[in-house]
Design a protein around this ligand. Structure first.
Ligand SMILES: Nc1ncnc2c1ncn2[C@@H]1O[C@H](COP(=O)(O)OP(=O)(O)OP(=O)(O)O)[C@@H](O)[C@H]1O
Ligand SMILES: [Mg+2]
Length: 336
C-alpha cells in the first residue's frame, strides 16, 4: 500500500506539486492522468525518491520514506521500482545485464543474481532474448525488460511513467496485461502515469486527475464512469462528435445499461409526445459496469421538465442540454 499525504514540491518559486493526497491499496492499480505540465513526472520522481519533496509524506507499508536518510533511504528505495517511457535501458548491456543492474548495485551474490534474472526474464516471457542488446529488441520487448528490471528488487510498488507511450495498440495491450498479472501474482501496487484514456480503461482500479499540481478529481474507475458533470468521466467515455440536424436541441444522457429497459427511448418519446432522434451513442464496458452515453436530438417544443422526468423514470440521467439556437451558432462558426 502507498499513502501520499500533503505532498508538495516547489522548484524555485513555482509549486509543481501542491498538496497531493493519494492512497492506493495493496495489489491495486492506480492511474494518474492530466495535461502536459500538470506535474505527473514530478510526482513519479518524488515518489521514487529521485527528488525530495518540499513537504508531505510518502508512506509505503507503514513507513514514511521521506523521513529517511543515508543507508536507510537506499534500502527504502528498493520498495519502489520504476519503469519510464522509452525503457531507459543501457545500450551497451544485454537484456539480462540490464535486469541484473539493480541487483549488482545492491551487492547481491552472483548466484542469486543469476537465479533472479532468469526468473524475471521468464516472467516477462523474454528468456529467449536474454543476450540481445536493446537495439535488437522491439519497443514492447524493451518495456518488458524495463518492467523486469523494475521488479528485480521485489518492490512493493511499481511506478510506470508513460511506459506505453508510443507503442502500438496491440503492444500496449500486452504490456497492460502483463502489469495486471503482476498485480495479481506478486500483489504489487502499481501507479501508472499516462495521458492515454485507453490505458486507464484497460487497467486501472482507481484513477486520479492531476491539474496544475493538484488532484482535482479521483475515485474508483467503476464509480467515476457513472459520474455526471465530471471531466474524468467525459474523458473516459467520450461521446462521439455528431452531425447535428438543424433545429433540434441536443440532450446528452447517460445510464447504466444493466438497469434500463431496452424500450426506454420509445417509451419516453410516447410519454412526452415528441419524437426523439438518436444522434450518437456509445455503450461501454468499463471496470465491470456498462455505461451508455447518448446524444438525443429533441424538438425544442418539448417541455423540458416533463422530458427530464420521463427520462428519470426510466433510469436515464440528463448530463447536458444544448439548445438548438446555440447548436446553430456552433455549426456556423466551428472555431467559436
Ligand atoms: N526542476 C524543475 N525546476 C523548475 N520547474 C520544473 C522542474 N521540474 C518540473 N518543473 C515544471 O513543473 C511542471 C510539471 O512538470 P512535469 O514534467 O512533472 O509534467 P508532466 O505532467 O509530467 O507533463 P508531461 O505530460 O508533458 O510529461 C512543468 O511546468 C515543469 O516545467
Ligand atoms: Mg511527464
Amino acid at each position: 500500500m502507498i499513502e501520499i499525504a500533503g505532498l508538495t514540491k516547489s522548484c524555485g518559486s513555482t509549486r509543481v506539486l501542491d498538496g497531493i493526497d493519494l492512497r492506493v491499496e495493496s495489489a491495486r492499480i492506480a492511474a494518474v492522468v492530466g495535461p502536459s505540465g500538470a506535474g505527473k513526472s514530478t510526482l513519479a520522481r518524488t515518489i521514487n525518491l529521485l527528488e525530495r519533496p518540499t513537504s508531505g509524506s510518502i508512506v509505503v507499508n507503514g513507513r514514511d520514506l521521506t523521513a529517511l536518510q543515508g543507508r536507510e533511504l537506499r534500502t527504502a528505495r528498493r520498495e519502489i521500482g520504476t519503469v519510464f517511457q522509452q525503457a531507459n535501458l543501457l545500450r551497451r548491456l544485454t537484456a539480462a545485464q540490464n535486469v541484473a543492474l539493480p541487483l549488482r548495485h545492491h551487492g547481491l551474490p552472483e548466484a542469486e543474481i543469476r537465479r533472479r534474472v532468469y526468473e524475471l526474464l521468464e516472467r516477462v516471457d523474454l528468456l529467449n532474448r536474454a543476450s540481445h542488446y536493446p537495439s535488437q529488441l522491439s519497443g514492447g520487448q524493451r518495456q518488458r525488460i524495463a518492467i523486469a528490471r523494475g521488479l528485480a528488487l521485489r518492490p512493493s510498488v511499481l511506478l510506470s511513467d508513460e511506459a506505453t507511450a508510443g507503442l502500438d495498440p496491440d503492444t500496449t495491450a500486452s504490456i497492460l496485461a502483463l502489469l495486471r498479472e503482476l498485480r495479481d501474482e506478486l500483489q504489487v501496487t502499481i501507479l501508472v502515469i499516462t495521458h492515454e484514456m485507453d490505458v486507464v480503461r484497460g487497467i486501472a482500479d482507481v484513477v486520479a486527475r492531476l491539474d496544475r499540481g493538484r488532484i482535482v478529481e479521483q475515485g474508483p474507475v467503476a464509480e467515476v464512469v457513472r459520474r455526471s458533470d465530471s471531466d474524468l468521466s467525459r474523458a473516459l467515455l467520450p461521446v462521439p462528435a455528431v452531425a447535428v440536424p438543424a433545429g433540434l436541441d441536443l440532450w446528452q444522457v447517460r445510464y447504466d445499461a444493466a438497469r434500463v429497459s431496452p424500450y426506454w427511448l420509445a417509451r419516453v418519446g410516447r410519454t412526452v409526445g415528441v419524437d426523439l432522434a438518436l444522434l450518437s451513442g456509445l455503450v461501454e464496458e468499463s471496470a465491470g459496469s456498462t455505461v451508455g452515453r447518448l446524444t438525443l436530438g429533441v424538438e425544442p417544443r418539448v417541455d423540458v421538465e416533463s422530458l427530464r422526468a420521463a427520462l428519470v423514470t426510466e433510469g436515464i440521467e440528463t448530463e447536458a442540454i444544448t439548445r438548438a439556437a446555440v447548436v446553430a451558432e456552433r455549426v456556423e462558426d466551428p472555431a467559436a
